[in-house]
Write a protein that binds this ligand. Structure first.
Ligand code: GCU
Length: 651
């Protein structure tokens, strides 16, 4: 029986107040064993019988359900979960648990996930550190080997499965020396252990690999994807992996990006690179997930002809349709890098003959590093519901991910992971909500930000309705709060270089990363219009026109697309400079309000969670003040314009 010694988030309570005294389940595979075990944890009073239990798990054949969907039937007090495969039964089981725990009626009928791929990418290194991880060390590794805490891994697997996550990669996309060896025979038994734990919860395991492995560990002098010896290296390596782990998912590959090796070094295209892996992995039913985060990270800031935002589209659009059927392109949601506000990557909608998944980031790299409240559903919904306005149907992102993929089953969503060794998984208790929400929204794209926050809160805390409402209001407004005190109007990157925490307005301004705001005494912003870098042209004609025109470009994206004077009047009627001042004062005020709201929950919330959030809110407040004062002072000094409301701006 599994030991649950960690904060189990939303799987903490048992359900005993049902009429279920018995359950029945047909034997099939290890996922069925998981369901049995979960029944004993979450419905401890229910006894297994064969035949017709009060809660019955039944295999059927129903094409529309696919491998993961389920069907709930309820007659009198008997509930039946039907599915084609045990994965569907598992998801149906967690659905029932969550509904009953929230005292909600069971909705009968069919449930099929909206997105096929629902993945987490871990950026864990084998020394135990996590790239951009802020919730403690890796749960998988320490001291350059595997941590082998299988109870903990199992607890994580059940958290993921309970919200429908079905794939994960277990190491950083930047594959360093030790991790390059994860594909070698000596590592495979350990990889298999993790693979099998996740597989028991319906989750496929992937490894991030180093494109230059043939050179680094294969004794070759090249990693050229068309070189025969290189091909042989990968054929042997991949065959051995599948010998040990027959249900292994495949590879995630970051190539030619931020110093990682790739096909460009050999004059090859990314299609040639990705297809090498696609072909070989395909023989075993594996997949190659290839990232589009490719740009020049050694840019000369003096050279105004380069625009990093253009890079992914410029590199990958010409390759549309040239990838093998089991290659998937993984595209960050925005064209730069997980900023608080970024317009959607223009590859979505434009790329029409290539399997594609959109990449989110659960870990709060640029958004408070698990020390600020930043509930991400509003961001995700903005992009999933975004209409690219191409003149074909469907042009909405959540739909076109599937329809523009060659194989709709190989489309969907992935997100950079967030958990670490911290007792509560996510460092900030309230930020557990992002993992829960991520899974729920991937499954059901129609759910609202509020609905998901409510579900998470009621599954997580035993508190009054009023208290739940307060938590939901904090969560659902938190992204806007963070936006208000951060870099203004979509300009991005005013954070401290490398660490990406706290303000440093000019921190990246004369650096090589291609992330500039171009503020001078007259104005600020990137000219990405048709008169500037022409990035705007990468969108559909309708969107291009909207963004190109300073009078129709949405305020929140203004400085992403335009360089404007400080006196420019926004669509909201204010001047840019006044809007910057107002937003930064408001943002801080909103964090102060959160502190008051949280204090009002004292006595209701368990002490550990209460103190955790109280301390982190204090830190968030201090950081918000720092952002406010640095941003306001910076722009006051540049522009010389005083605040209309005469508030304190330092000189
Ligand atoms: C960002 C992040 C890096 C990460 C990279 C990626 O640039 O800061 O740490 O490696 O994204 O997505 O590959």
């Amino acid at each position: 029986m599994m030991k649950i010694n960690r904060d189990p988030c939303w799987l903490q309570g048992t359900v005993s107040n049902t009429n279920f005294k018995t359950f029945s389940i047909e034997d099939k595979d290890r996922i069925v064993t998981t369901i049995r075990e979960e029944m004993s944890i979450l419905f401890p009073d229910t006894q297994e019988i064969s035949g017709k239990g009060d809660l019955a798990f039944v295999f059927i054949q129903d094409e529309e359900l696919g491998e993961e969907g389920y069907y709930i039937e309820s007659e009198n007090s008997r509930v039946v979960i039907k599915a084609n495969c045990s994965k569907g039964l598992l998801y149906g089981f967690f659905y029932i648990y969550q509904q009953l725990r929230q005292n909600k009626p069971l909705v009968t009928g069919r449930s099929v996930p909206d997105q096929s791929f629902r993945m987490i990418n871990h950026w864990d290194n084998m020394d135990g550190s996590i790239e951009r991880g802020y919730a403690g060390d890796s749960i998988f590794y320490k001291d350059n080997t595997f941590r082998r805490d299988y109870d903990l891994v199992r607890q994580y697997a059940r958290l993921l499965a309970s919200v429908g996550i079905n794939a994960l990669s277990i190491n950083n996309v930047n594959v360093h020396e030790v991790e390059t060896r994860l594909i070698l025979e000596s590592s495979l038994p350990d990889v298999k252990m993790l693979n099998d734990i996740f597989a028991a919860y319906g989750i496929k395991t992937f490894l991030s690999i180093n494109f230059a492995a043939p050179k680094k560990i294969g004794g070759l002098h090249t990693a050229d994807p068309l070189d025969e010896k290189v091909i042989e290296f990968w054929e042997n390596t991949i065959a051995k992996i599948y010998q040990v782990i027959p249900d292994f998912g495949g590879f995630v590959i970051k190539a030619d990006s931020e110093g990682e090796p790739g096909p460009f070094a050999y004059g090859r295209g990314h299609d040639e690179g990705a297809n090498l892996f696609g072909r070989i992995l395909g023989k075993f039913g594996g997949l190659c997930i290839w990232r589009c985060f490719v740009y020049d990270c050694a840019q000369d800031w003096r050279d105004r002809s380069i625009d990093r935002a253009r890079a992914a589209y410029d590199h990958f659009l010409p390759l549309d349709g040239k990838f093998d059927d089991n290659v998937i392109l993984q595209i960050k949601l925005g064209a730069l890098d997980f900023q608080v506000i970024e317009p959607l990557s223009p590859l979505f909608g434009a790329l029409r003959h290539t399997n594609q998944i959109i990449e989110f980031q659960l870990t709060q790299e640029y958004t408070g590093q698990q020390r600020a409240i930043y509930y991400q559903v509003p961001v995700w919904k903005e992009v999933l519901d975004f209409d690219t306005k191409y003149d074909y149907e469907p042009s909405i992102v959540k739909k076109l991910l599937k329809t523009n993929s060659v194989n709709p089953k190989l489309s969907g969503i992935c997100a950079v992971g967030v958990v670490g060794m911290d007792d509560n998984w996510t460092h900030h208790k309230l930020m557990q909500s992002n993992i829960y929400a991520y899974g729920r929204l991937c499954w059901d794209n129609q759910l609202s930000s509020e609905e998901i926050a409510q579900e998470w809160s009621s599954l997580t805390f035993s508190i009054s309705q009023k208290a739940h409402e307060k938590i939901v209001s904090m969560l659902t407004t938190s992204r806007e709060t963070y936006r208000l005190y951060n870099a203004p109007n979509g300009v991005g990157f005013m954070c401290k270089p490398n660490v990406h925490y706290g303000p440093s307005i000019d921190g990246y301004e004369y650096d090589r990363w291609g992330t500039y705001h171009f503020a001078d005494r007259n104005g600020i912003g990137n000219d990405r219009t048709l008169n500037g870098t022409k990035y705007v042209q990468q969108y559909s004609p309708t969107r291009c026109q909207e963004y190109n025109d300073v009078t129709t470009c949405p305020d929140e994206f203004l400085l992403w697309f335009h360089h404007v004077p400080y006196e420019h009047v926004l669509q909201n009627g204010k001047t840019l400079i006044q809007d910057i001042y107002d937003n930064h004062f408001d943002g801080v005020q909103r964090v102060a309000d959160y502190q008051k709201i949280w204090e009002s929950l004292s006595g209701e919330i368990d002490l550990v969670s209460f103190k955790n959030v109280r301390e982190l809110l204090k830190e968030q407040y201090e950081m918000a003040v720092e952002w406010r004062d640095q941003v306001n002072t910076y722009f006051y000094r540049k522009s010389g314009v005083v605040d209309e409301k005469d508030r304190k701006i330092y000189e």
